[in-house]
Design a protein around this ligand. Structure first.
Ligand SMILES: C=C1C[C@]23C[C@H]1CC[C@H]2[C@@]12CCC[C@@](C)(C(=O)O1)[C@H]2[C@@H]3C(=O)O
Ligand SMILES: O=C(O)CCC(=O)C(=O)O
Ligand SMILES: [Fe+2]
Length: 343
């Protein structure tokens, strides 16, 4: 077995880093959830935002390559995923997160598990809690859905399955374009893209209505472990990405477009040409619940990853490492993981 869930198994978390707060029951922000103020972020009015790429543009590949190099992220439009599907997934996610806490805990991620309801995996690295609850799906969601809704789970499973299928196709298309822009051979591209298919995860994120949003943190700064992550945000602001030399930049949701960001694995493949972009979710001025859907396109845990985009004069910056080992290194060291495999 070399699935992604297997790689995350046996990296156990203490229950205090898995079980979210009973958000409905608190009227003031607990001290455990108070973060220092965050710095000002550039907003789109500052004319600083990640590039938007129309997938039907004949130059899409080139534009995506540039965006990955300059920003490690871009928005994609004309991606062929029907708007209705986003609404259906969001409505099922809303149905899940609005269950009473006791019910949600029936689908709690087990201490050594990878899927189900719980805090973000990065929680143990911070001394404050995030104003966040998540639900992780890898493949079928039937076991958890049955525990949540014994008589009414089918719709949730069908919608999540449909979404994962469509997003996998889109991720494949994007990976083709991205890797081509790096001048990687067709043979290597097929090897990477065909391996990716079985190692994906869908994360439903909820940032509940918060009694004191300006002192809370939605999701702490992190990079994703994926090759690429494809994100759909509901209509509420909050996502910011970090651009070297600039600072934090807001990524506003725009109807139907998807945010694509480079993860650690693509950063390694690109020999650091593409930054694995640091991002976070702030709660600032948030006066309603925020939802997002993050689809992680990864590689199987037995895949050995190393820089591929090398010209004859370039030296690899990272040593070869299996995805399993990299996930293990990251589980212990978080943002230092990349520097630990640097040559
Ligand atoms: C396939 C993935 C990617 C994971 C782990 C696993 C399932 C859940 C993903 C997230 C989702 C929330 C942010 C993150 C940082 C987290 O804590 O859990 C992500 C993490 C990663 O990108 O490393
Ligand atoms: O909610 C968001 O906009 C970002 C979520 C995210 O970064 C993640 O799930 O890894
Ligand atoms: Fe992320």
């Amino acid at each position: 077995m070399s699935t992604l869930s297997e790689a995350y198994r046996d990296l156990p978390h203490h229950p205090r880093h898995v079980i979210p707060l009973d958000f409905d029951s608190v009227r003031t922000l607990p001290d455990s959830h108070v973060w220092p103020p965050t710095s000002h972020a550039f907003e789109s009015e500052d004319r600083l935002s990640i590039p938007t790429v129309d997938l039907t543009d004949p130059d899409a590949g080139k534009l995506i390559g540039h965006a990955c190099e300059a920003w490690g992220a871009f928005q994609v439009t004309n991606h062929d995923i029907p708007l209705d599907l986003f609404h259906e997934v969001e409505s099922e996610a809303r149905r899940l997160f609005s269950l009473p806490t006791g019910q949600k805990l029936k689908a709690l991620r087990s201490p050594g598990g990878a899927t189900g309801y719980g805090l973000a995996r990065i929680s143990p690295f911070f001394n404050k809690y995030m104003w966040h609850e998540g639900f992780t799906i890898m493949g079928s969601s039937i076991d958890h859905a049955r525990d949540l809704w014994p008589n009414d789970y089918q719709r949730f499973c069908d919608v999540m399955e449909d979404y994962q299928k469509k997003l996998k196709e889109l991720a494949r298309t994007l990976m083709h374009l991205v890797l081509k822009s790096l001048d990687i051979s067709e043979e290597e591209i097929s090897r990477v893209v065909s391996a990716g298919g079985d190692s994906t995860a869908l994360q439903l994120n909820s940032y509940p209505l918060c009694p004191d949003p300006n002192r809370a943190m939605g999701l702490a700064p992190h990079t994703d472990t994926s090759l690429v992550t494809i994100l759909h945000q509901s209509t509420v602001n909050g996502l910011q990405i970090f651009k070297e030399g600039v600072g934090w930049v807001l990524v506003s949701p725009t109807n139907g477009s998807l945010v694509v960001n480079v993860g650690d694995l693509l950063h390694i493949l690109s020999n650091a040409k593409f930054p694995s972009v640091l991002h976070r979710v702030v709660m600032k001025d948030q006066n309603q619940q925020r939802l997002s859907l993050a689809y992680f396109y990864c590689l199987p845990s037995d895949f050995h990853i190393s820089p591929l985009a090398l010209s004859s004069t370039q030296m690899p910056l990272y040593r070869s490492v299996s995805v399993r080992d990299y996930i293990g290194i990251k589980a212990k060291n978080l943002e230092k993981a990349l520097s630990l495999i640097r040559i």
